[in-house]
Ligand binder design. Structure first.
Ligand code: HEC
Ligand code: HEC
Length: 386
């Protein structure tokens, strides 16, 4: 079947499930109201009632498709506030010195800038470049996977991992739960968010995932241009320069950059700059296992999660192992360095060229375009600071 159709189909099913979910929420609110109103008071309202939180979506995201929010972990004001506290909480690590935010810094689009691989407790280093965190709620739920190699199925599952990885936070969950339970601040916050002051790892990761779903980035100069393309803004209202527009044309041109097949095409209504798929973009002839570590399929060797192209100015170095220091190096790779191995994605290898050999001008234009998807409002948002 046509990929584009598949993609639209996916988006459609997400939208349907979002509407269905909203209906269930509305119905359950309506039912609860009925019970509270019954004069005999047989079913008193629960002692706690967290406040539902409605995500505020960028205008051009809301007409495209909805975020997918799990039914067993609805967003609430109290849950998000708790999740934020936990995200910045160093007690999640064995040394009480590393929090999620140590590697995912809000001022760097929740990435750790300048590091090829992350540094965890006691200066230990891992093997992967930290991933920036934004627009995670748009990961399609039916095949959602997190981390470069797709080792987690949901944000809740994902948040379980770093705590126990020895070179990240190096702690055990029973210890974390103990520390939080004995911190006077936390039990009342869990009570407010989840109706119990008995803390467990499931509630910790639920709260963190709620906070992560609020990290929305959709306010760059490129977003203004996307709104223009979608007729939400008047024609000619965005301020992209001639060079940046040339770069965008290289991005969408099948004869030049041909980037959009994997990093999203705003003309096909994808402003997230990734298709969320796992792919081998031809970095190495003998690639690292990647997704195959999880799926055990030989055909998945060398496949990594296609990263979003938002906020790249904050997230150098680039790729799963941080091998490229600059966007110029990345673009040079796509221009002349792609390896045409047996496992290289057909979208790289079968497009009439493996390496398009862009001119110096075209490479500069492409880099200029990539920098337009920089969301300074997101990285300065006070809601995302401790
Ligand atoms: C020592 C640094 C470090 C710490 C601490 C850390 N992370 Fe990460 N994070 C990473 C790295 C590196 C990756 C990529 C991991 C991989 O692919 O194996 C990552 C990946 C992720 C992803 C996947 C994003 C995506 O798009 O798939 C999420 C979500 C995330 N981290 C959230 C968290 C949370 C929540 C915490 C705290 C509980 C945390 N991280 C703690 C370094 C860190
Ligand atoms: C076949 C799919 C595919 C195509 C086509 C493609 N990319 Fe990528 N891109 C990926 C994947 C997969 C990664 C991550 C690879 C890894 O780290 O192993 C990536 C990584 C990147 C990164 C690094 C981002 C980061 O956070 O580290 C940039 C920048 C990038 N691509 C830009 C481009 C540009 C510009 C083009 C067009 C010239 C392009 N890509 C074409 C799949 C693709």
């Amino acid at each position: 079947m046509d990929r584009r159709f598949l993609q639209l189909n996916k988006l459609f099913s997400i939208r349907v499930s979002a509407i269905f979910f909203a209906l269930i929420v509305l119905l359950s609110i309506a039912c609860r109201k009925d019970k509270e109103d019954t004069p005999d008071g047989t079913d008193p309202p629960p002692s706690h009632q967290p406040t539902p939180y409605i995500l505020e979506l960028p205008e051009h995201f809301s007409i495209i498709f909805g975020p997918t929010l799990p039914e067993d972990n609805p967003l609430t004001v109290e849950g998000i506030a708790l999740g934020k506290k936990l995200f910045f909480e160093k007690k999640l690590s064995a040394t009480n010195q590393i929090s999620c935010a140590s590697c995912h810094r809000p001022e760097s689009a929740f990435n750790d800038p300048g590091k090829a691989v992350s540094t965890g407790i006691n200066g230990l280093t891992g093997t992967r470049n930290a991933m920036p965190l934004f627009n995670l709620a748009w990961t399609p739920t039916f095949d959602s996977k997190f981390n470069w190699r797709g080792s987690a199925e949901s944000l809740e599952d994902q948040a379980l991992e770093p705590v126990t990885i020895h070179f990240e936070m190096g702690e055990t969950w029973p210890n974390v739960v103990n520390k939080l339970q004995n911190d006077a601040m936390y039990p009342p916050m869990f009570e407010a968010a989840f109706g119990t002051n008995v803390i467990d790892s499931t509630l910790v990761v639920k709260a963190i995932a709620q906070f992560e779903r609020t990290l929305i980035s959709g306010d760059s100069r490129m977003d203004e241009y996307v709104k223009e393309l979608l007729n939400l803004n008047p024609p000619g209202s965005s301020d992209l320069t001639a060079q940046e527009l040339r770069g965008f044309n290289i991005y969408v041109s099948t004869a030049k950059g041909d980037c959009f097949h994997c990093h999203g095409n705003v003309n096909l209504r994808n402003p997230l700059w990734t298709d969320f798929e796992f792919r081998n973009n031809g970095l190495d002839l003998n690639p690292d296992s990647g997704l195959a570590l999880v799926t055990k399929k030989a055909s998945d060797v060398g496949k990594f999660k296609t990263p979003s192209l938002r906020n790249l100015v904050y997230t150098a170095p680039y790729m799963h192992d941080g091998r490229f220091q600059t966007l110029e190096e990345v673009v040079e790779f796509y221009s002349t360095g792609v390896q045409d191995g047996p496992l290289t994605d057909p979208l790289m290898a079968d497009r009439g060229f493996v390496n398009p050999n862009l001119t110096t001008q075209e490479k500069a234009d492409l880099v200029a375009f990539l920098k337009t998807i920089t969301d300074t409002v997101f990285v300065n948002n006070p809601d995302f600071r401790p």
